[in-house]
Design a protein around this ligand. Structure first.
Ligand SMILES: [Zn+2]
Length: 254
């Protein structure tokens, strides 16, 4: 009988996959919220308008696909160009019981020179550079919501910061190894940031600023399909490595 039970248990464990980790990929902006915008010149006077929301969606879909290949339960907050409120993004995270939340954005500056990639993790550490990005990424929140969210944010950060930072570090170093060197990108580092879309999800969360669309040389790279493929692979690898190390060292937070 014992042998029978053992064989049954073994068979069940072989048939059922190990409990998969659920990831919610969030393409920044969408619909009437276009995010940052820039002109892409393909001739002397010929140009077309590039919008952050479109690059973010394209990249997010590729990351989603890569995670699927690695047997993660991966979801997108939007798969088309539509308006999604920050609250709705958080609701999706609750609904699918996401373990981690990854928001995808593209940077912009009024100057042409700034370039490079950076990875933010949810934290309320203060810094003028963070504030600048925050104001762009948090711009569609009204004052009243901000107050409520600030209280919520403090509680969430205490509980998640360690995991958010670990995930951000792992993914960032993969991006540097796979994409940064090949495309000569400037490494702007892993940074703490107070993004309400991250806080509202109430789980470990990071925000990727892939590059600057206000820098024409960088915009060329961002629009390149191979670049986007490599970037997506790097994110998926960084995430896999983090999950692997996490399960070795200690049980998950959630
Ligand atoms: Zn953005």
């Amino acid at each position: 009988m014992k042998v029978f039970i053992f064989i049954c248990t073994l068979l069940i464990s072989l048939i059922l996959p190990a409990q998969a980790v659920t990831i919610l990929i969030d393409p920044g902006h969408g619909g009437e919220d276009e995010g940052a915008r820039a002109r892409f010149y393909y001739g002397k006077k010929k140009w077309r308008l590039i919008r952050e929301k479109d690059i973010a969606l394209s990249l997010a879909k590729k990351i989603h696909e890569e995670l699927g290949k690695r047997n993660f339960n991966s979801y997108l907050t939007r798969s088309v160009d539509r308006t999604v409120s920050l609250a709705e993004r958080a609701e999706i995270a609750d609904k699918i019981k996401a373990d981690y939340f990854i928001s995808v954005h593209v940077n912009a500056s009024e100057a042409n020179e700034p370039r490079g990639f950076e990875t933010y993790y949810l934290d309320n550490h203060n810094d003028s550079a963070i504030k600048k990005v925050e104001s762009v990424e948090n711009k569609n929140l009204k004052g009243e919501e901000l107050i409520v969210n600030k209280i919520l944010t403090d509680l969430v950060i205490d509980r998640t910061v360690k995991y958010s930072k670990g995930l951000a570090t792992s993914i960032h170093s993969r991006i540097q190894k796979i994409v940064g060197k090949k495309y000569k990108l400037k490494d702007r580092g892993v940074k703490p940031g107070l993004f309400y879309v991250l806080a509202l999800t109430k789980r470990p969360a990071i925000l990727l600023e892939v590059g600057f669309l206000s820098n024409s040389r960088e915009l060329n790279k961002l629009l390149n399909d191979r670049f986007q493929d490599r970037y997506a692979k790097a994110v998926a690898q960084g995430l896999s490595e983090y999950i692997k190390n996490q399960s070795k060292s200690e049980p998950s937070l959630l």
